[in-house]
Design a protein around this ligand. Structure first.
Ligand SMILES: C[S@@+](CC[C@H](N)C(=O)[O-])C[C@H]1O[C@@H](n2cnc3c(N)ncnc32)[C@H](O)[C@@H]1O
Length: 236
């Protein structure tokens, strides 16, 4: 089998994208079954973070279009999308222990074959493990809104990060973001529209595509009259 990672010099890349983390490490509650899933299944479906390029064909044991998801939370949406699109690979990146355990449980219980998990900061995963022009899509659903003004610097969607992310997409590949925070939606629209290598597929916000299922949380919000904004851009 081909090795999963290949050496490449990283010194300049690491220096190019210093960043403020979009998450804070907190001790989160993990249930015994999530912990058990993490212990048993992370060695099977997980890929350790390494400062080396990842060979996607070796990681998924096949050559297929690959979609990266950043911050999959409990993995409910990830599992549904991966099951409805079996011919594509889904690489989920999340830092939160209970979330990783939860998605691993779903993979096991639903016998899903096309998901791999990296438990690490997605900014570093993109920067160090993903080669330019390789991804067919990126999903970022309901990223932490960091509502207080003094925390806005922690928001993931910022120009330098989007420039990095866009460089990892193949020409024609898509970036799909969704948020239920109007102010963050406006920031997303401004940042994505300002990235010269991306093009909006809609005039501004896009209708929710059928492949993105409504989450329980989102459904409840919509019933209360709260908005949800989807943005779908393509790499030029
Ligand atoms: C508000 S939750 C949304 C989860 C899920 N996408 C959903 O729609 O329910 C945001 C998630 O992003 C994760 N996250 C934030 N910054 C991240 C980063 N830089 N790398 C990986 N995961 C990150 C957090 O741990 C959290 O689980």
């Amino acid at each position: 089998m081909a090795p999963m990672t290949t050496e490449r010099p990283l010194s300049s890349a690491a220096a190019q994208y210093p960043h403020i983390r979009s998450f804070v490490h907190r001790r989160s509650h993990i249930t015994p079954s999530q912990q058990d899933a993490a212990d048993r299944l992370l060695p099977i479906w997980g890929i350790p973070y390494q400062a080396q390029l990842l060979n996607l064909d070796a990681a998924f044991n096949r050559h297929a279009a690959t979609i990266l998801e950043i911050g999959f939370g409990m993995g409910e949406t990830t599992a549904k999308i991966a099951q409805s699109r079996p011919n594509e690979n889904f690489l989920g990146v999340e830092v939160f222990n209970a979330g990783v355990g939860s998605l691993l449980k779903r993979i096991d219980e639903q016998q899903i074959q096309n998901i791999r998990i990296i438990q690490h900061d997605a900014v570093e995963v993109l920067r160090d493990m993903i080669a330019p022009d390789t991804l067919d899509g990126v999903h970022i659903y309901f990223p932490d809104p960091w509502p207080k003004k003094r925390h806005h610097k922690r928001r993931l969607i910022q120009p330098p990060f989007i420039a990095l992310l866009a460089s990892r997409l193949k020409p024609g590949a898509y970036l799909h973001c969704a948020t239920d925070w109007e102010h963050y939606a406006e920031q997303m629209l401004e940042v994505l529209s300002g990235e010269p290598t991306l093009q909006n597929t809609a005039k501004a916000y896009a209708p929710r595509p059928d492949y993105r299922p409504l989450t329980k949380f989102e459904n409840r919000g919509l019933k209360l009259g709260h908005g949800v904004w989807d943005l779908i851009f393509k790499r030029k």
